[in-house]
Every structure is written in C-alpha cells, then in structure tokens.
Design a protein around this ligand. Structure first.
Ligand SMILES: [Zn+2]
Length: 473
C-alpha cells in the first residue's frame, strides 16, 4: 500500500505469527503491542512510537484507518527489534522483513598487498552469490542477496595497484575497488570451505629476467652492458597450464580406476612449480581443483592473462591395451591421421552437453580460430620440442607430433599445444602415471621442452632485432 511516496503496511500482516499480544484502543488513537513483558505503542497520525519506555521516530506517521493499523515499512524493524529482543531487519530492495534467528550470512573482507599483487578476499559464513564487474577505473564485487552483513567499511592501500577498497552497500551489497595506476589485470575466482571470492589485482610487472636454461650450469655474465632504453619494460613471461577435464567430466579411466582428471591436475601443479622455479615465469592453471571448466573458458583464461604459452595436459586412451607412449598435438582443421581425429573427438567431447552457445559464438569461434592460426608455426615448434623431450622419458620416439582439431586449442591466442602424456588405458602406463618418479620425469621433460622452445624464440627475436633497431629513428 503506497500513500504518496510513503509505503505503509498493515501491522497485523507484519506481526502475524510472532506471538505478539495486541491491545488496540481506538478511542485513544493508540495500539499497544506486548511481548515477554516488553511493550511498544503506536499512535494514530504520530511519527513517534514508544518501545520499552524509549521513543523511536518512524519515517512517517502510523495511521489507524478502516479498522486497521498501518505503519511505515521502514519503521517496522525499529519497533519489532527492541520489542522482540531479536534482530529485525528490513530489506527495502526485496521488501523482506528478517526477524530473529534467520541466519544472515556474514561477509568479512581482508586485503593483502605484496610487490606486484593485491589480493582482496571476501569470505562468507555460508555460500552466497558473488558477481564481479570490471569498469573503467574500478572493480565492483556484488553479493546479490537480501540479507548480508558485511563487516568492512573502507581501506586505503599503498603500492599503486589498488588505491581504495570501500564497502558501498546498496541493494546488492556492493564492494568497490578503486584501481591504481599500476593495475594491469584482474583475476577473480571462488573457493569453497569457507566460501570465498578472491580478487587478485596484478600490477604491470617489473622488468623480468632473461630466459634461463633450467639446467644448473652457471649462467655467463653478459659481456656488454645493455644500452639504456626508453622502451617499456618487458613483462614477465607467463604460462597457462590446463589440467584436462575435471569435476563430473572425469576424462579417461584406467583399468585400475585411475582418473585422467586427477593425473592431469597433479602433473599441472608439479609443472607450475617447476616452471616458476626453473624459468622464473609466472604460471597459472585453468583449474586448481576438481572442477569442471568449459573448454572455451580454458583458453579464455590464457588469453586474459596474455599468456606466452598455453599447454593442455591429458592422458591418452585407446581400445588397444598395448598402446603406449606420449603424443604432442597442435591445432589444425584436419587431423593428421585417423587416430589423431579420434583423440581430438575424445577430448572435444568434453564440452558439457546441453550448454547453450553464447550469442554470436560462431563468429567468435572464427575469430579465435584465426588467433591460433597466427601462432601455428610456433605451436608446431613448441610441440616438436616437447615431444623430443618427452620421447626420452616415455619411450615414444616414433610417435612424433600430430595435428588435430582440438576444441581446447582453437581459442588460444598464443603458441599452444596439447600433451597426451601416456596411455592411462594401458595398465603399465596407468601405474607409471600414478608414480611420483614418472610424474617428475614427465614434468622435467616438459620443462626442458618449454625452455628449449623459449631459447629458440629468444634467438629468433634477437636475430630480427637489429633490423628493428635500425628502422627506428
Ligand atoms: Zn583428456
């Protein structure tokens, strides 16, 4: 019921079921509510009410009309809270009155600042929806739920990546993060137990080390000092590793019950440490837990990070139990042979059934496809280096690199390859895949392959550099 711009609700509707005794004295123009010895009184055409002997101001007068009492909605919690001795909250967005023991999720906000990273974590006492929006100069994290208690007001941060974190509330319980001049990219993800939203704000990285060989041989000092340059500092090399499958989508299953999705995650985590420690790169995984991630999203993650390399890790399966060894693929429209087509189909079937295609997805697919097309030569070189190194540890000299239309590689806007580490369908290789020794060998081989590829690329860039230098004024 709306009078002018005031919203009034019949009092009996609000207090129904709460066990409140009501005594209405129409001639005196007053109504008294009692609950466990406490009293609250409202007066006709008066904005003042009394609760437990104290006066409370309502946003508009209470009215006694047509035999019923009407009260301004936002005044209801101000009356009922003290009367009931319980928490009472009015949520205007959803017009819900929350009284008493209704669990209101609490959300705490913590911030963490280090050199090139700011982390803002929203931790909830129970599962709540989060929505992240990146706008010009700021990022907002909303919790679109009626009742949420956010224990945070604001915090200024130093370091220039994030300037201010502020809770602005509103109908969607919004937290606003004001970005600083050093901000470069946002990574947002959710975690369980306790439910959290993690926002990582990455800085424009400081200049990086040159490509290093992971072998322990001492690195010779540069013979001449690099000329001072005005060029922007080169960014830190970034690799995105994609542990194949996850969640309900388990991938292939070995005869002993080993699941591909578990093996790929273990290998990806090991590989992350190896690349970070061995090459000094930053490394991100498309999933760091047992989660189902759509194939297109996996490359989208790599694109968002502006990764220099994308590597999808899988284990192979074949009807023939004797099939063994590793295979490394890069993308093509046409499979290089019938078996490669079958492998691509197997991995490609990982698209969740019934997922509606986003609007314009055909066009997006073509554009992304062209993005990977630009990198096919490098992807082929990457696949070769990986296969050469893997062959030594998995005994698959003859298999060579292959091409197939893998959905997960289509969107990658950087050199990208897919590694089938070994055959999980082969009982012997299944045992190997589960062994730490073999896992470490595989990780070492992939690291060496990446390192060789990177060195080749660096040499190529160097040989092109003089021409570029003489061309500049
Ligand atoms: Zn797979």
């Amino acid at each position: 019921m709306v009078r002018g711009d005031l919203e009034l609700v019949p009092l009996y509707v609000v207090i129904a079921g709460l066990g409140i005794n009501v005594h209405s004295d129409a001639t005196a123009g007053a109504i008294t509510l009692t609950y466990q010895g406490r009293e609250a009184s409202l007066y006709h055409k008066k904005s003042l009410a009394s609760v437990g002997g104290e006066l409370r101001l309502l946003s508009s007068p209470a009215l006694f009309e047509g035999g019923q009492w009407l009260v301004p909605v936002d005044g209801v919690p101000r009356l009922l809270g003290p009367l009931l001795g319980k928490r009472a909250e009015w949520r205007p967005a959803s017009r819900v009155l929350i009284v008493g023991n209704v669990a209101v999720p609490r959300v705490g906000v913590t911030t963490f600042v280090s050199g090139d990273l700011v982390r803002v974590v929203l931790e909830a006492s129970e599962k709540v929806p989060f929505r992240v929006l990146q706008e010009e100069g700021r990022v907002t994290a909303a919790i679109p739920r009626d009742a949420v208690e956010v224990a945070f007001s604001q915090e200024r941060l130093t370091g220039g990546i994030v300037d201010l974190v502020q809770y602005i509330g509103g109908p969607e319980n919004t937290l606003s993060v004001t970005l600083g001049r050093r901000f470069q990219q946002l990574k947002a993800f959710e975690q369980d137990g306790p439910p959290r939203l993690v926002l990582e704000f990455h800085a424009i990285p400081t200049p990086t080390r040159a490509v290093r060989d992971p072998s322990p041989s001492p690195v010779p000092a540069p013979t001449r000092a690099a000329p001072p340059t005005q060029a922007e500092p080169s960014r830190q090399r970034t690799v995105v590793i994609d542990p194949g499958h996850g969640g309900d989508e388990t991938g292939a299953k070995g005869p002993g019950g080993t699941l591909e999705k578990d093996v790929t995650l273990v290998l990806a985590r090991k590989l992350r440490s190896a690349i970070m420690n061995g090459l000094g790169y930053q490394v991100f995984l498309t999933r760091d837990r047992d989660d189902e991630v759509p194939l297109d999203e996996r490359t989208a993650i790599a694109n968002n990070y502006k990764a220099d390399l994308f590597l999808s890790i899988h284990t192979n399966a074949s009807r023939s139990h004797g099939a063994n060894g590793s295979e490394v693929y890069f993308l093509s429209y046409q499979a290089s042979d019938e078996e490669s087509r079958r492998v691509a189909m197997t991995e490609g079937a990982a698209l969740p059934v019934g997922t509606p295609a986003p609007a314009g997805s055909d066009l997006a697919l073509i554009l992304w496809d062209m993005a990977q097309a630009e990198h096919l030569e490098e992807s082929s070189a990457l696949a070769s280096r990986l296969q050469e190194e893997l062959a030594a540890v998995t005994g698959s000299e003859t298999r060579g690199i292959k091409q197939a239309p893998f959905r997960v590689l289509v969107g990658a806007a950087m050199p990208a390859a897919l590694v089938e580490v070994a055959f999980i369908s082969n009982p012997e290789e299944e045992k190997l895949l589960a062994s730490e020794t073999f896992q470490n060998k595989v990780v070492g081989a992939i690291l060496k392959g990446i390192s060789r590829f990177e060195n080749d690329q660096a040499r190529r860039a160097e040989s092109l550099a003089p021409a570029a230098r003489s061309a500049s004024p």
